[in-house]
Design a protein around this ligand. Structure first.
Ligand code: NAX
Length: 327
């Protein structure tokens, strides 16, 4: 039996948490032979902590053989202690009439605190994956506080967008989903993101040779992927949760699977024309479990360059809003 890994999850009693925790405990994220200890962190709010108790009871009631312990806490120093993976799902939602700058600042305060605490108490091999929005900038903020853990350990999730794009291309081409490969997301997890359809393949052929409707690829395809979150809220009355949890399972599973090729948001270091200090979605190849290299060299045409410039500007503006906080 392997030694259990410690998985800290913030926002554990939220919507995404309710779909996510059971998948982690069942082995979907780290594999069928990897025991886990769940370290569940909620905001210090009575209702949230009570709900967390209920979720923990349900986890007990599943009798998952791989689940070797559950910690419930509102203290990040307890929740992140010795964590090998820190899944930062909890965030402050945008309230009615709230300005984007205020949302960035309120979440900035949360992610500064969490970044510092993780750096102080998490395991030496800790990896951090951010889902709570604005995910890219929250990830950048958390990473800015780390002195011990290197910046590349901090990634933000764009996998939901990748999965959405893959599904839309398959539907349009009338092929099985698995026929679509190498569709990667560049930039922000927001409607400005760019799903780079020109590099995708369908049954091994360029997607653009199978779907020849360029106007659809440049217009409705990019818009549908970019605005899918809003479409789900309009239909369901609630934001995407099960698909987001599933995407986080995919994000981490791909990151622990050497050879996997997938999109994550990472510190750009100036790649693909992004500002150096922002976290932008781009394609990576997992090297050893938890580590990756960015796949460079995909050529960008004028359309792609304009899309990347727009999503880069949004990320640079977000960074500027919180620059004083992280200085
Ligand atoms: P919920 O509001 O259902 O749950 C969030 C939970 O986080 C709440 O239980 C809240 O008490 C908790 N929380 C708030 N501040 C906390 C803190 N400082 N420490 C610990 N817990 C804290 O939201 P849910 O639907 O679960 O979504 C969670 C986040 O994911 C949101 O920010 C949402 O915008 C974001 N999303 C990101 C996606 C992505 O692809 N990157 C897609 C899905 C989702 O919209």
């Amino acid at each position: 039996m392997k030694t259990p890994i410690r998985v800290a999850v913030t926002g554990a009693a939220g919507q995404i948490g309710y779909s996510l925790l059971f998948r982690i405990a069942s082995g979907a994220m780290f594999g069928p032979d990897q025991p886990v200890i769940l370290q569940l962190i909620e905001a210090p709010i009575e209702k949230a902590l009570k709900a967390l108790e209920g979720v923990a009871m349900e986890l007990d009631d599943c009798a998952f053989p791989l689940l070797k312990g559950i910690v419930q806490t509102s203290d990040p120093a307890v929740g992140f202690k010795d964590a090998n993976w820190c899944l930062l799902v909890g965030a402050k939602p945008r309230g009615p009439g709230m300005e984007r700058a205020d949302l960035l600042k309120d979440n900035g305060a949360i992610f500064i605190g969490q970044g510092r605490t993780i750096d102080a108490v998490a395991a030496a091999d800790a990896r951090i994956a951010v889902v709570g929005n604005p995910a890219n900038t929250n990830c950048m903020i958390a990473a800015s506080q780390a002195k011990r853990l290197p910046a590349e350990r901090f990634t933000a999730m764009v996998r939901l967008d990748q999965n959405r794009a893959q599904s839309q291309l398959a539907k349009k081409a009338g092929v099985d989903l698995t026929a679509v490969k190498d569709i990667f997301i560049y930039g922000n997890h927001s409607p400005t993101m760019f799903p780079a359809f020109a590099h995708a393949t369908i049954n091994g052929a360029p997607a653009t040779s199978v779907i020849t409707d360029t106007a659809w690829l440049q217009g409705p395809f990019c818009e549908t992927v970019g605005k899918r979150g809003a479409a789900i809220i309009a239909a369901r009355g609630l934001s995407s949760a099960a698909s987001a949890a599933n995407a986080l399972v995919d994000h981490v599973r791909s990151l622990v699977t050497p050879g996997a090729i997938h999109s994550i948001a990472v510190k750009s270091e100036g790649r693909y024309g992004f500002d150096a200090n922002i976290w932008a979605g781009m394609p990576v190849r997992t090297t050893t479990p938890g580590s990756y290299e960015v796949i460079e060299g995909y050529a960008m045409d004028a359309f792609a360059q304009a899309k990347i410039a727009a999503t880069n500007k949004e990320l640079a503006d977000e960074r500027a809003f919180v620059a004083e906080m992280i200085a």
